[in-house]
Design a protein around this ligand. Structure first.
Ligand code: GRF
Length: 195
């Protein structure tokens, strides 16, 4: 049986890492931060908090997505992670990670899924002329930006919005919602039979 101190979160990030920062600031039990490329701010953010980091360089595995996924999964297993938080991780992962962490890979996406899946959710929402968009925290599955929805929150599209302005307001919501969802999952995992 896991204790709250025993739940170990691994975060996957690729970029600026502001969602990672929100997760770290929420004092969630993050034990490793893994990126798919070097020289990204996420690595500095983790190091500043004394969290171990690893880089599994996507470019070294191209075009073998399965081999890349296995390397990511191995890194998570090495850190004895039991809950995986994707936080702006920009490489699509394949079967091995979902087999190793069934129902335990979580993602945040900057739209109200199932609307605007994919890497261009914010510009796509603007182009569609929607008046309301938002963010979705969901269980990640083999289908990209699919899987059971855990939480959603709306963000209005304002007159004159551009991609950056709208994305920043969506991110501000993600920064609050994502750590809340992860904290709830950690609580639920405490006392749950280990898988
Ligand atoms: C977030 O909006 C996330 O939903 C999307 O990419 C952005 C990552 O931002 N997939 P950051 O790297 O956490 O700042």
């Amino acid at each position: 049986m896991a204790t709250s101190a025993g739940v170990r979160i691994g975060v996957l990030a690729s970029g600026s890492g502001t969602n990672l920062q929100a997760i770290l600031d929420a004092d969630l039990p993050v034990v490793a931060v893994i990126t798919d490329r070097p020289d990204v701010a996420a690595l500095d953010r983790a190091a500043a908090k004394g969290i171990p980091t690893a880089v599994v360089d996507r470019s070294a595995y191209l075009p073998d997505r399965d081999a890349f996924t296995r390397a990511i999964t191995d890194a998570l297993v090495e850190h004895r992670v039991d809950l995986v938080a994707m936080a702006g991780f920009m490489t699509v992962l394949t079967g091995p990670i979902f087999a190793a962490f069934p129902g335990r890979v979580i993602n945040t996406h900057p739209s109200l899924l199932p609307a605007f899946r994919g890497a261009h959710a914010v510009p796509d929402a603007l182009a569609a002329g929607v008046k309301v968009t938002g963010c979705t925290i969901h269980v990640a599955t083999l289908e990209v930006d699919d899987g059971p929805i855990l939480a959603q929150e709306t963000v209005p599209v304002l007159p004159g919005d551009d991609v950056d302005a709208l994305h920043e307001r969506i991110k501000a919501v993600e920064h609050r919602l994502y750590p809340q969802v992860l904290a709830t999952m950690v609580e639920e995992m405490v006392g749950a039979p280990e898988q």
